[in-house]
Design a protein around this ligand. Structure first.
Ligand code: NCD
Length: 354
């Protein structure tokens, strides 16, 4: 342990509420690391900004206006874990706002292979760019990057977490909540809806980050459907209990709860986190999939979501059902991330005034 490890260990002991303050500047969102940072005000602001960005971007003049907003800024995409959607939607979100981007997508091509520490690598990235967007296989790396750049560097550069181990994926939660709010805009909002999450809840960071946001919506009920081996971890269950959010566990069959849900959030098995290769394959997940005929059990106004990539937990035959929202959700990711970056850099006022 060097002195930075010791200081970071102290920081890690802080409560999430204290960390939320640390990731702010003048009361405004600066780093985006954990979804506990997202209160109702921020969620509603991001919803409006994102809607406005996508509307403005429809015309050539509007699109050129957006590209002028952050033309003077550069972003670094540091993704050392596989990614298609998060990487591409962030890169294109940067481009929508005129930011130029550089990338490292494999630690074997960075100086980490020569023994450079994570901290030194991150400080290096911050020397050249104005925003770091990162994905890492370890749970606390984005947090460490934000802590490091806020406390040690004279160049405080915001850090956005694009997925940290099996822990959090807050910007996926932003786009998921954006999709939910858009879908239920004329059905009374997300309040009093039942959200069903299914699949590998234990290691799926998307369902963890999304669960934390539920405290912002009155009367929401949560159902977790997964075999016992993949059920939601106790920290999230305790969070829901603390915030008095009713939560039901279904560990036998998705079909038992499918008719109750207003939103069904499917996920794949996260077998990259298996300690022994292939151990996930020993768990029977056949009762936790949706086929075309199962759609008869789904409410007529419900929506089906998936962060992607999918395997066979949603049959492709479901894609043509109007309740299948996942391809819209995927594209929403780009708009929602553009909205978030605009908000972090405080250019959202100009967007709203356009
Ligand atoms: C998710 C991820 O990486 O956590 N994908 C994504 O970002 N859209 C979900 C997954 O990999 O299953």
């Amino acid at each position: 342990m060097n002195i930075q490890d010791e200081k970071f260990a102290e920081f890690e002991k802080l409560s999430n509420e204290e960390k939320v303050k640390y990731f702010q500047r003048n009361g405004h969102l600066f780093d985006m690391i954990i979804s506990q940072q997202l209160n109702r005000q921020v969620i509603d602001d991001l919803f409006k900004i994102t809607n406005q960005v996508r509307t403005i971007a429809k015309s050539k003049t509007g699109s050129i206006f957006l590209q002028g907003l952050l033309r003077h800024k550069r972003a670094m995409l540091y993704f050392t874990q596989p990614s298609s959607r998060t990487f591409l939607s962030f890169e294109n979100a940067c481009h929508i706002l005129g930011m130029r981007t550089s990338e490292i997508r494999d630690s074997r091509v960075s100086s980490e292979i020569k023994g450079e520490s994570f901290d030194d690598s991150l400080r290096t990235f911050s020397s050249y760019t104005d925003l770091i967007i990162m994905r890492h296989h370890e749970p606390n790396r984005a947090e460490r990057a934000a802590w490091l750049l806020n406390s040690y560097s004279d160049r405080a550069v915001p850090v956005i977490n694009g997925g940290s181990g099996a822990d959090q994926h807050p910007t996926q939660a932003i786009l998921d909540i954006y999709t939910l709010l858009r879908s239920f805009e004329y059905q009374g909002g997300l309040e009093h809806k039942t959200i069903l999450m299914c699949g590998d809840l234990k290691r799926g960071r998307t369902v963890r980050s999304l669960s934390y946001l539920m405290k912002n919506f009155e009367g929401v009920k949560v159902i977790y459907a997964a075999p016992p081996e993949f059920q939601m971890r106790s920290d999230v269950i305790e969070f829901l209990e603390r915030h008095k959010i009713p939560c039901t566990i279904e560990d036998k069959n998705l079909l038992n709860v499918l008719p109750k849900a207003d939103a069904i959030y499917m996920t794949r098995i996260q077998d990259e986190h298996d300690k022994v290769s292939g151990e996930s394959g020993k768990t029977d997940i056949s009762n936790f999939k949706i086929g075309k005929e199962d759609m008869n059990k789904v409410k007529p106004n419900a929506i089906i979501l998936h962060p992607f990539p999918r395997r066979d937990e949603i049959d492709v035959a479901v894609d043509s059902d109007p309740r299948a929202m996942y391809w819209h959700q995927e594209r929403n990711g780009m708009w929602a991330r553009a909205g978030l970056i605009a908000y972090i850099f405080n250019v959202h006022g100009e967007i709203m005034d356009y």
